[in-house]
Design a protein around this ligand. Sequence first.
Ligand SMILES: *[C@@H]1O[C@H](CO)[C@@H](O)[C@H](O)[C@H]1NC(C)=O
Ligand SMILES: *[C@@H]1O[C@H](CO)[C@@H](O)[C@H](O)[C@H]1NC(C)=O
Ligand SMILES: *[C@@H]1O[C@H](CO)[C@@H](O)[C@H](O)[C@H]1NC(C)=O
Length: 191
Amino acid sequence: MGKLVRTIVILFSMVMATAAVHGIAEDPKAVEKWFEKLTHLKQKLTKFHFYYHDILSGKNPTSVQVAGFNVSAKSPFLFGLINMFDDKLTLGPNITSKQLGRAQGIYGASSLEEVSNFITMNLVFTDEKYNGSTLALLGRDPVFDRYREMSIVGGTGFFRLAQGIATASTYSFNATPNSAVLEFHVIVIHY
Ligand SMILES: *[C@@H]1O[C@H](CO)[C@@H](O)[C@H](O)[C@H]1NC(C)=O
Ligand SMILES: *[C@@H]1O[C@H](CO)[C@@H](O)[C@H](O)[C@H]1NC(C)=O
Ligand SMILES: *[C@@H]1O[C@H](CO)[C@@H](O)[C@H](O)[C@H]1NC(C)=O
């Protein structure tokens, strides 16, 4: 049963991909053509500013604990706890403001000496010309630092071969529901 559902999901994704906007999720020949033209393409600089909503409790959490060592919850910095998330990205700090996409990935408490997460995620854009394009982020998030600089290590669609920097800072924190809003500034070079 699980296998069948999975197959249907994969088929469905393939149909979605072929129906996607030009330049996004193209077939391998088109991707190869794009690479052959690369030396003639001009490098572009794109900047983004958005808010990321990490909701860990309440009726509709978007970030859930999926793993942890047996003593992680008792360790002072929760070392080893791992969450998977599908967090909303919005233009303004209010979660009801215009949605730009989702941040989908994993973070885990990765420090024995402070509260700091290792994050790996895709920024999946759904708005206007960026719809369907992604940026891959890999970073370290010492959550009490004013600014946390993280790497943009790649991208797809509009952001093929992207490289850049994301700067995150905590905008607000709530105890009920347990949630945090992070402000992100992202700057990338791509073609
Ligand atoms: C983004 O693309 C998807 C799939 O192609 C489409 O269903 C959706 O309406 C698009 N969203 C916007 C805001 O254009
Ligand atoms: C946690 O796991 C380790 C290694 O398997 C074991 O030695 C230890 O007793 C466990 N601790 C608890 C609190 O269950
Ligand atoms: C967010 O926007 C909604 C209306 O869209 C408003 O009711 C609510 O008070 C706003 N929240 C904050 C924290 O400003």
